[in-house]
Design a protein around this ligand. Structure first.
Ligand SMILES: Cc1ncc(COP(=O)(O)O)c(C=O)c1O
Length: 380
């Protein structure tokens, strides 16, 4: 029988089911202890002072820009090779995303391109740790310091990634994680904002819940609202799942590492492809996925490889289908051209990402590698 290997598969086991079951039998489903416990456990896990649970990574990043006071007339330098959410959150607050290209070896923001984009209106740099590979964060941090810019880290796919032993998300002013089902861990939908800045924590904590000011609440019944907040809360069911998932994190990351290394051992000498990976000694990638870049002359084989794998029940993904500035909304608004983002365009066009999550084992990877080689060899 054909085994189905999806690109992403959340690990939902007895622990998650039992805790949701228990939770649903009691009356508090939002604003409860589970969310507080999840925040505490997450902050211990990554080693930050403050963690605020939110309804998604996107919600967390939107609140981060609000917390930093970024607004209309401001510019934010942002990587072009990312999920639209990274740029959308800049647009949400009326600021202008100023896109820069990425590096070909990692897909991360090109540090060399940042400085030339800084103007008198630049207020922040927004970076993504691309598919878990830590960006060149120390250099970017010193640039941000030099020009007095805020630094916002999109860690949606980077839970478990570190630089010099410090978790990503803690180099900038604020970092956001995603718990969407195929991420390192899930709460179904959900996200977490981390910071070491008490003021940012306090702002996001209130802005995720309509702007309620708890200091001005009496008996939880009378409250005052002193900012224009949203409903971006995480609920108790999601937090209960998150608590159980955190217990699995070490195992999940170990399995992703093992799988990633096995792909590398099988494909590193294949001259038809490149591999996106962390090569820095002091950095650790938690290997969200394994991504190959087909050499230019083979780029037309990408769909064939994806289809061949699909026929054998193997799911793949593309990170990301197009550089954000070239997606219709941004292209129409800012009129940017393909030639400004050659590396991002090349990764979008020539890459395929394969699963590394624990539902994949060595024989699945053998099957994936076999099919990749089969298509390439037929072409040659
Ligand atoms: C880099 C990046 N940022 C943000 C997001 C959005 O995350 P969420 O769905 O939790 O809002 C994603 C989603 O995949 C992503 O890849």
């Amino acid at each position: 029988m054909k085994k189905n290997i999806p690109f992403g598969k959340p690990i939902i086991g007895k622990a998650e089911i039992d805790s949701v079951n228990k939770l649903l039998r009691q009356p508090i489903l939002v604003h409860g202890q589970k969310t507080l416990s999840f925040e505490k456990k997450f902050s211990d896990y990554v080693g930050c002072k403050y963690a605020v649970a939110v309804s998604s990574c996107t919600a967390g990043m939107h609140l981060s820009y609000l917390a930093l006071g970024i607004k209309k007339g401001d510019e934010v330098i942002v990587t072009s090779q990312t999920h639209v959410a990274t740029a959308h959150c800049i647009e949400f607050v009326g600021a202008k995303p100023v896109f820069v290209d990425c590096d070909l070896e990692t897909g991360n923001i090109s540090v060399e391109s940042i400085e030339s984009k800084i103007t008198k209106n630049t207020r922040a740099v927004s970076l993504v740790h691309f598919i878990g590979i830590p960006a060149d964060i120390l250099k970017i941090k010193s640039l941000a310091k030099k020009y007095k810019l805020y630094l916002i880290e999109d860690c949606a796919l980077a839970l478990g990634s570190k630089v010099n032993g410090v978790h990503v998300g803690l180099f900038g002013d604020v970092g956001s994680f995603s718990f969407y089902p195929v991420k390192h861990m899930t709460t179904i939908e959900g996200g977490m904002v981390i910071t070491n800045n008490k003021r940012i924590d306090n702002f996001i904590r209130r802005a995720r819940s309509f702007g309620y000011n708890k200091n001005r609440m009496k008996h939880n019944l009378l409250y005052d609202v002193d900012l224009l907040g949203y409903n971006y809360r995480m609920n108790e069911v999601e937090a209960a799942i998150g608590l159980a998932q955190l217990d699995r994190m070490d195992y999940i990351i170990k399995r992703r590492m093992q799988n990633f290394n096995y792909y590398v051992s099988k494909l590193k000498d294949n001259e038809n492809i490149g591999i996106l990976m962390n090569k820095k000694q002091h950095s650790i990638s938690s290997n969200y996925c394994f991504t190959i870049i087909l050499k230019k002359r083979l780029s037309k084989l990408r769909d064939q490889i994806i289809d061949e794998l699909k026929k054998t029940g193997i799911g793949t993904s593309i990170y990301y289908p197009g550089p954000v500035p070239l997606l219709k909304y941004y292209k129409k608004k800012y009129g940017l051209k393909f030639k400004s983002f050659p590396n991002a365009a090349s990764i979008s066009k020539n890459s395929i990402s394969f699963p590394t999550a624990p539902h994949v084992n060595k024989s699945d990877i053998d099957k994936i590698v076999f099919n990749v080689n089969k298509v390439i060899n037929l072409f040659k």
